[in-house]
Design a protein around this ligand. Structure first.
Ligand SMILES: [Cu+2]
Length: 159
C-alpha cells in the first residue's frame, strides 16, 4: 500500500499546478488571437480614426493634423487643431486642455502636450506630442470658447 501512495502525491500536485495555470490563463484579459500581434491585434475593428469630429455635445467641429507625417514613434512633434462652430465659423479665443494616452495600457502620454499658440482662423498649435509605443492612442481635447464647453476624443493607431 505504502509503495502506491508515494507516486500519487506528486501526480496530484502536478494536476493541481495544471489546474491553477489553466485558471490563470482563463483570467487573462487578452483573448488568445491577440497573442500574435499584441498591440495591433487588440485594436477594435470598428475604431473611428477620423481626424474631423464633432464634440460630444455638438458644440464644436474639430479637426486635428499632425505636423509630422506620419507621426513617428519617439519623436516629439506638434499638431494643428482647427475649431469651427457646427455651421462652419472659425472659433477663436478658445481654451483647449489636452489629455490622452493608450486606453488598452492605462497610461498617458510620455510628455505633457499642450496648446501653446493660437494661430488664427480657428487654428491652434499643440506642442510636445510624443508617442512612445505602437498601437491605439487617444487624443482628448476639452474645449472652452465663449459660453460653450465641450470635449472630443480622437483615435490614432500607430503601426
Ligand atoms: Cu502603451
Amino acid at each position: 500500500m505504502f509503495r502506491f501512495r508515494l507516486p500519487l502525491i506528486p501526480i496530484n500536485f502536478l494536476l493541481l499546478v495544471l489546474l491553477i495555470s489553466a485558471c490563470a490563463a482563463g483570467e487573462a484579459d487578452t483573448p488568445t488571437p491577440a497573442m500574435e500581434g499584441m498591440a495591433m491585434a487588440e485594436v477594435p475593428e470598428d475604431l473611428d480614426t477620423s481626424t474631423t469630429r464633432m464634440t460630444n455635445q455638438g458644440a464644436f467641429q474639430v479637426s486635428v493634423s499632425s505636423n509630422l507625417n506620419p507621426p513617428d514613434i519617439n519623436e516629439i512633434h506638434s499638431w494643428t487643431i482647427h475649431l469651427e462652430t457646427p455651421d462652419g465659423q472659425a472659433v477663436e479665443n478658445a481654451q483647449i486642455a489636452v489629455d490622452g494616452g493608450m486606453p488598452q495600457h492605462n497610461h498617458g502620454f510620455p510628455t505633457a502636450p499642450e496648446v501653446t499658440e493660437e494661430l488664427g482662423g480657428g487654428d491652434y498649435l499643440l506642442e510636445g506630442v510624443k508617442f512612445n509605443m505602437a498601437g491605439w492612442w487617444e487624443l482628448k481635447l476639452a474645449i472652452s470658447a465663449g459660453d460653450q464647453t465641450d470635449d472630443v476624443t480622437f483615435n490614432l493607431v500607430l503601426p
